[in-house]
Ligand binder design. Structure first.
Ligand SMILES: [Zn+2]
Length: 182
């Protein structure tokens, strides 16, 4: 009987954990908050309001400019990699099924599909990155997941055709295509 009660209690705790993922709010911004997961320690940026496709979520600009990529930079050209301002935008993680896009021509973060309040912002790293400094294996869990994320230069024409890409990446892909045909 006691065992049974303990088991029920454990199930209850597991259910609470599953329904209330635990995190703490690191910082609060006008339209978004940075959360840190208690389990993984990973930080992520979550929306505080809803957005519709095409909405501008935020403007951004360059903090520092580097000639090489780091895990924090966004690529805006050949040998041109910027850190993001406002700085909290750096907590937007990768997804193979993203809801946001960094347009490095207009310097606007744009909504790609409906976003609800509380939802995590995500973007497709290869939409801005040609050849990444720190490739990683993706566990985004999306049925569209492409596995290893290394940058747009490693992706097939079919895969990249499914994503919105920056003008810079599109130009690079065009260059690759004409090289292949030459
Ligand atoms: Zn993925």
């Amino acid at each position: 009987m006691i065992n049974c009660a303990i088991e029920l209690f454990s199930i209850f705790i597991i259910m609470i954990t599953l329904t209330n993922p635990s995190y703490r709010i690191v910082s609060d911004h006008l339209f978004a908050e940075v959360r840190q997961s208690d389990n993984s320690g990973q930080k992520s940026l979550h929306s505080l309001r809803s957005f519709e496709p095409g909405d501008m979520i935020s403007k951004f600009h360059a903090g520092e400019i580097f000639d090489h990529p780091t895990y924090l930079t966004v690529q805006v050209g050949i040998g041109k990699h910027i850190t993001l301002r406002p700085e909290f935008l750096q907590y937007i993680n990768h997804s193979c099924d993203p809801n946001a896009f960094f347009d490095t021509t207009t310097m606007q973060l744009v909504c790609l599909r409906p976003i609800e309040a509380g939802e995590e912002f995500s973007f497709f790293y290869p939409s801005t990155e040609w050849d990444m400094a720190q490739p990683f294996e993706c566990y985004c869990g999306s049925p569209k997941c492409i596995g290893i994320i290394k940058g747009a230069s490693y992706l097939s024409a079919e895969t990249v055709s499914k994503y919105r890409l920056t003008d810079f990446i599109n130009k690079q892909l065009k260059g690759r295509l004409s090289e292949e045909r030459a």
